[in-house]
Write a protein that binds this ligand. Structure first.
Ligand SMILES: Nc1ncnc2c1ncn2[C@@H]1O[C@H](COP(=O)(O)OP(=O)(O)OP(=O)(O)O)[C@@H](O)[C@H]1O
Ligand SMILES: [Mg+2]
Length: 446
């Protein structure tokens, strides 16, 4: 048998190297490589096992198919396509302070009216969690238990003994296991802990909801590494200082990922915003320069959003360009197109752009509205208040079609707009609103 060579393992990223060093060459962390090398176990040839038993799908009992069980929490039922599937594993990902613990506390409180719930308080003390539960004012029941332990093995034994119907782990980054080396929160610990708990959830038929912390800079030991392991990945997004959040399903083995919900957060927790466009347009000042209304699609849902621009002279210094809730490279591209193809001169101007309401705008259909807002700010002329814009802007100044134009026009109509400026649309459905189709950004802005 070949001799096993000792290796040095980084506790931050799990990279292995044959030599010790003070700094990991993969993740650049200092002092993360342990002084004691790990000696890998002997590689044994796999024993030949007996063949498995194959069956036809047609012969499977259909009544055993996964069924959604309503949770009693409207926004979770909506996003999950009817409720939680028994024995399934859900990962709730989000940046710090987004409201993940709040959302799961609401779920725990509402579900505990009928079912036994276990809350693993890994990140916060039970008192902190209790404080939040009381603040949410949904009534504490005798069915909601907690376990203040972060060892995966202890949690698994508890699941076997207590058989709760729902187990909440807040968060997976706080869980550790003896099976692998490294500190809690390192990639190997997070992956191994999640794999063990997922297996246990299936075995003991408890539904598992895990919180996954996401950091702004891509995160090393985060939800990305767990997406393949779990059945459903939900993401809670937004700007921490704003009240709106978006909850979306990124992956769902038991339903569609079309659904997204706009949520409003206050001290009583998260609530569905019944009319997202109205809420997002609230507080808009009429007749101001540098403001235009655009339309985004979140899943299949159109959302109207105000795009704002402030343009000032850069003087003799190099111009500043800042985007909030928008992609800054997209803003730079739009500024170049506006200068080159629409005669809107911004090369010597500071430009600040913002998507009002704290949303993260990713839909390229917002391009035209943002361009209109910038042009309005440069020309110091307000846009017509009942006119709205959508369309992607290309590098040659052309307006490109975007997905589901009819849905967007219908939403503008519903919110009281009388005119829409957009790219050429094939087979547009007649709606009671003036639709001006343009080929170029120059035409659209004129
Ligand atoms: N008493 C309060 N009243 C209103 N809002 C509060 C109160 N306490 C906390 N919040 C809000 O709740 C947010 C934190 O929510 P929560 O703890 O659920 O987030 P989280 O995503 O679990 O954060 P973390 O990543 O730190 O665990 C805060 O950013 C704050 O806006
Ligand atoms: Mg939390």
């Amino acid at each position: 048998m070949a001799k096993q060579i000792p290796v040095y393992v980084c506790s931050k990223c799990d990279a292995q190297s044959p030599k010790w060093s003070g700094r990991c060459s993969v993740c650049d962390a200092w002092g993360s490589i342990s002084k004691d090398p790990v000696i890998p176990g002997p590689e044994e040839p796999a024993a030949k096992s007996a063949p498995g038993d194959i069956k036809t799908f047609a012969g499977l009992d259909q009544t055993q198919q996964a069924l959604h069980e309503p949770t009693g929490f409207d926004l979770m039922d909506l996003i999950l396509g009817g409720g939680l599937v028994k024995g399934s594993v859900v990962l709730l990902a989000g940046e710090p302070g987004m409201g993940k613990s709040t959302l799961l506390s609401q779920l725990a409180l509402l579900m505990s009216r009928q079912k036994k719930i276990l809350y693993i308080t890994g990140e916060e003390s039970p008192y902190q969690v209790q404080l939040r539960l009381s603040r949410l004012n949904l009534g504490l029941t005798e069915n909601l238990f907690f376990l203040n332990d972060t060892r995966a093995e202890v949690i698994i034994s508890t699941l076997e003994k207590e058989t709760p119907q729902l187990t909440i782990i807040d968060s997976i980054q706080s869980i550790s296991t003896d099976n692998v080396p490294g500190e809690a929160g390192s990639l190997s610990q997070v992956k191994a802990g999640a794999a063990l708990l997922t297996q246990a959830a299936k075995k003991f038929n408890t539904t598992l909801v895990m919180v996954g912390q996401v950091t702004k800079d891509g995160d090393i030991a985060g939800p990305r590494a767990l997406e393949h392991l779990v059945d459903t990945v939900l993401s809670l997004e937004g700007e921490r200082m704003h009240r709106f959040r978006i909850l979306r399903a990124i992956k769902n083995r038991f339903g569609s990922t079309d659904q997204t919900v706009l949520l409003d957060m206050d001290d009583k927790g998260l609530r569905i915003v019944s009319d997202p466009s109205e809420a997002l347009l609230e507080g808009r000042a009429a007749n101001t320069c540098g403001s235009a209304i655009g339309c985004l699609l979140e899943g299949r849902r159109p959302l109207l959003v105000e795009l704002q621009a402030l343009v000032t002279s850069a003087g003799y210094s190099s111009p500043v360009r800042r985007a909030t809730g928008l992609d800054s490279s997209r803003l730079n591209m739009l500024l170049a197109v506006l200068t080159r193809h629409a005669g809107v001169m911004v090369y010597d101007k500071d430009v600040f752009a913002n998507a009002a309401g704290g949303l993260e705008v990713k839909d390229p259909a917002a391009d035209l509205a943002l361009a209109a807002a910038i042009a309005s700010a440069v020309n110091k002329k307000p846009l017509e208040p009942k006119t709205a814009y959508f369309g992607e802007v290309g590098l040659t100044g052309e307006l490109r079609p975007v997905a589901l134009p009819d849905l967007r026009i219908k939403e503008f109509k519903r919110m009281g707009f009388t005119k829409v400026i957009c790219p050429k649309i094939k087979n547009i459905k007649a709606q009671d609103i003036q639709v001006i189709q343009c080929e170029t950004i120059k035409q659209a802005l004129n």
